[in-house]
Design a binder for this molecule. Structure first.
Ligand code: NAD
Ligand code: UGA
Length: 473
């Protein structure tokens, strides 16, 4: 049945892409809008099977609070399926939530976004949609992508005429952070809607007004919306690189980075968030979004601007490398055949996502030196670690002479280890039984706290060597 603008209403939503954004954002939307039918579709059949799994522990992503919401909405007004064409056809509003990785070949390789998934998605919407459809960019996209999507949607004019199709394009970037996605989606700092067609903007606004106060919904033009998303991620990453650069100065001077962070963050103009030093930022987006910003700056001849942002990534890579070098140096310049316990493999706590995780980079450097890694993570499974190390984009993967194992029991990971490195700030790592641990490790033993989550006194009093980020040894 064709949908026409005059009697248009949002009854059905389709979200293309059932990943870290599509899954949680649509689950919360369905939960807050019980009258709207929400279909989340994906080309990945395994992923859809996992979203439909009876056992909520098998959902494809781990997010605190998500399984409870899925339990309340799934197969009521939230559906996961591979029936992409049918769901697009029936939808009044289609969200594009597909992945937008950095391009690996050709023009802009290593910098700009690979739009092949977005383009494939837009073509399918152009072909299958019926009547009036609002298309919403939820993926993070280069500035002006909405124009490309519009051209694709409008390209088959005979088909458009025959089926009475019309489209409005909106940009509605997602600002959720993994590990706090449900909280961020239920109570976001803001919802941003970019667009040119006020009627379409109002339809999307009405959906959000089911649970978000009007003053938190910002409307801008399309390009401001797309650029705001890249800018927000660049600013956040910049803060992490800033504090990480200061962590190295602290270690050289005897200043304590926790004290410096607190003193600096209490200035209201600066603020206390995003000032925790660590092994460098990971996650699928910070690096790719900054690279994209750099590409845009270069494209417009703004080379100084490009150089400024590139530096954020350089500091991040340097931080990971300096931690690896420090570990090797403390272990007498040799880690070959030595067992090193890795505490945490996800890129941050409360997620099973390992994309761009510092553990992969630091792990690869150590494997290349012949280390034997014993890896623990409460939510990342063996297959995911294997995939992460085998990724062809990872450094040095062909030259590894070391090996790794996944250890399920936390207490076993330390057995016989020369060193333990804390890379993810999981809560269960904060209060360990250090007496027991010190008895099972090989002496002299080193504890490297790359997240600043351990109590130094407890550890050194047991005769273990200790290094902490921004504090030194
Ligand atoms: P993801 O890889 O977890 O999920 C993307 C999904 O899209 C995959 O399951 C893939 O199979 C599917 N897909 C790709 N092409 C498809 C097609 N043509 N038809 C149907 N399905 C298709 O990615 P993500 O982390 O959810 O990120 C999605 C977008 O959201 C990216 O642009 C990202 O930058 C942005 N974003 C991510 C986060 C985050 O925390 N991960 C936060 C904000 C914004
Ligand atoms: C980030 C942004 O916070 C989200 O707003 C955005 O929507 C998302 O990227 C995206 O576009 O993908 P996320 O990557 O999930 O979210 O997680 P963050 O909390 O931002 O952490 C990113 C990395 O920085 C992690 O490796 C984290 O450990 C590190 N970090 C963060 C620090 O080292 N120190 C800090 O103080 C904060």
């Amino acid at each position: 049945m064709n949908k026409q603008i005059k009697d248009f209403k949002i009854n059905k939503i389709c979200c293309v892409g059932a990943g870290y954004v599509g899954g949680p954002s649509m689950a919360v939307l369905a939960y807050k809008c019980p009258k709207i039918i929400v279909n989340v579709v994906d080309i990945d059949c395994n992923k859809i099977d996992n979203w439909n799994s009876k056992n909520l522990l098998n959902l494809p992503i781990y997010e605190p609070g998500l399984s409870e919401i899925i339990n309340k909405t799934r197969n009521k007004n939230l559906f996961f399926s591979n029936e992409i064409d049918r769901c697009i056809e029936e939808a009044d509003m289609v969200f594009i939530s597909v992945n937008t990785p950095t391009k690996t070949n050709g023009i802009g390789a290593g910098e700009t976004i690979d739009l092949k998934y977005v383009e494939a998605c837009a073509r399918r919407i152009g072909e299958k949609a019926k009547g009036y459809t609002i298309v919403v960019e939820k993926s993070t996209l280069p500035v002006k992508t909405a124009e490309t999507i519009k051209k694709i949607l409008d390209s088959d004019s005979s088909n458009i005429k025959r089926n009475n199709k019309t489209f409005s394009i909106l940009s509605n970037p997602e600002f959720l952070a993994e590990g706090t996605a449900v909280k961020n989606l239920i109570n976001p700092d803001r919802v941003l809607i970019g667009g040119e067609n006020q009627i379409a903007i109002d339809f999307l606004k009405d959906v959000y007004l089911n649970w978000i106060p009007l003053e938190k919904i910002i409307c801008t033009n399309l390009w401001s919306s797309e650029l705001s998303k890249l800018t927000a991620n660049a600013f956040l990453a910049q803060r992490v690189s800033s504090i990480n650069s200061i962590s190295a100065i602290c270690e050289s001077t005897g200043a304590n980075v926790t004290e410096v962070s607190k003193a600096v963050g209490m200035d209201k103009r600066i603020g206390e968030n995003f000032l925790s030093p660590g092994p460098g930022f990971g996650g699928s987006c910070f690096k790719k979004d900054i690279l994209n910003l750099v590409y845009i700056a270069k494209y417009f001849g703004l080379h100084e601007v490009a150089e400024f942002w590139v530096q954020i990534i350089k500091i991040n890579e340097w931080q990971q490398k300096r931690i690896y070098k420090l570990i090797v140096e403390k272990l007498f310049g040799n880690v070959s055949g030595k067992k090193i316990a890795f505490l945490g493999f996800s890129f941050k706590a409360n997620t099973n996502d390992t994309r761009e995780s510092p553990a992969i980079f630091i792990g690869n450097y150590l494997l290349k030196e012949g280390a034997q890694l014993s890896i623990h993570d409460p939510k990342v499974n063996y297959e995911q670690i294997k995939l992460s190390f085998d990724n062809p984009n990872n450094l040095n993967r062909d030259k590894n002479s070391g090996c790794w194992e996944k250890v399920s029991e936390l207490s076993n990971v330390f057995e016989g280890a020369d060193a333990a490195i804390f890379l993810t700030e999981w809560d269960e790592y904060r209060n360990l039984n250090w007496e027991k641990i010190s008895q099972t490790m090989r002496k002299p033993s080193w504890i490297f706290d790359a997240r600043g989550i351990l109590e130094k006194e407890k550890i050194i009093n047991l005769g273990l060597n200790f290094w902490s980020i921004g504090l030194g040894s």
